[in-house]
Design a protein. Structure first.
Length: 277
């Protein structure tokens, strides 16, 4: 049976991926500062500790690694760049140092590595303005030097259908989820009608992640849904789940710089025959 290691297995995306994959594969999850026991196969480990990381890798010997552990949330990266470097770049170095060169490796990068380029593709020249973008680009380069069996997804805003938690807040996914929760409680929400972003539902993301396990289409891919306003995205999600939002959403105006950016995902869509909604 395929052995899969998921770092950040207690996180917003990692916890969902773990719960899905454990039904079909031998999965081990790791996370740091676990406050409660989520599953007997999710263990507490600080990846910055090379000795303990190496011991874990040698004992479990994964054939595929989903490296989702990170100091999540772009705003937090800007506030504490040194800590962000340690828990983005240094933990990646520690992990790669312990892995077999033949191990398949997945890494979630970000659309924030593009400096306001319109419709950037995977060949676009990169000069990320933010700490978050710079760190992700450093990580991309480290992975590409490690081996050729890697998948890098440059991801936009990830959200679900509500269920706002601290995990979603830290990963920058809170805005849409929190708004849906408030609408369910019949509260009025203010939402940008002129600010546009690309989004991806975490449920779709997990579906695609699983496809990678048996894939050999290695490389770097932009992934994103269509460019839409926050208002339109929220309205569409409510309609999908039949959530009554009548008179509960108030349109407001916001700054469109530097958020509005469409993403070229043609390489991904052609390779994996899938288009995010």
């Amino acid at each position: 049976m395929t052995k899969i290691l998921i770092t950040g297995a207690a996180g917003f995306i990692g916890s969902r991926l773990f719960n899905k994959l454990k039904l079909k594969y031998e999965v081990l999850g790791v996370d740091f500062n676990l406050r409660e026991k989520l599953d007997k196969k999710i263990i507490n480990l600080d990846l910055i500790n090379e000795t303990e990381t190496s011991k874990l890798i040698n004992e479990f010997d994964p054939s595929f690694v989903f490296h989702l552990a990170a100091y999540a949330g772009p705003p937090r990266n800007e506030i504490n760049p040194e800590f962000a470097y340690k828990y983005n770049v240094d933990i990646l170095k520690s992990l790669l140092k312990s892995l077999n060169k033949k191990t398949k490796f997945f890494f979630p990068s970000t659309d924030k590595i593009f400096e306001g380029n319109n419709f950037p593709d995977e060949t676009t020249k990169l000069n990320p303005p933010s700490v978050h973008g710079k760190l992700k680009l450093i990580c991309e380069d480290l992975i590409k030097k490690f081996n050729k069996k890697y998948f890098i997804f440059r991801q936009p805003v990830i959200h679900s259908y509500g269920g706002y938690t601290q995990l979603s807040q830290m990963s920058g996914c809170s805005f849409i989820d929190k708004a849906i929760d408030e609408i369910k409680q019949k509260k009025t929400v203010n939402i940008f009608s002129n600010v546009k972003r690309c989004f991806v539902k975490v449920e779709e993301l997990i579906f695609v992640y699983e496809k990678l396990i048996n894939s050999e289409n290695y490389g770097t891919y932009n992934i994103a849904g269509p460019l839409v306003s926050y208002y339109d995205r929220l309205e569409n999600l409510c309609q999908e789940k039949k959530i009554n939002f009548d008179k509960l959403i108030t349109k407001i105006k916001g700054s469109t710089f530097p958020l509005e950016q469409n993403i070229n995902c043609q390489k991904f869509e052609k390779t994996f025959i899938y288009k995010f909604s």
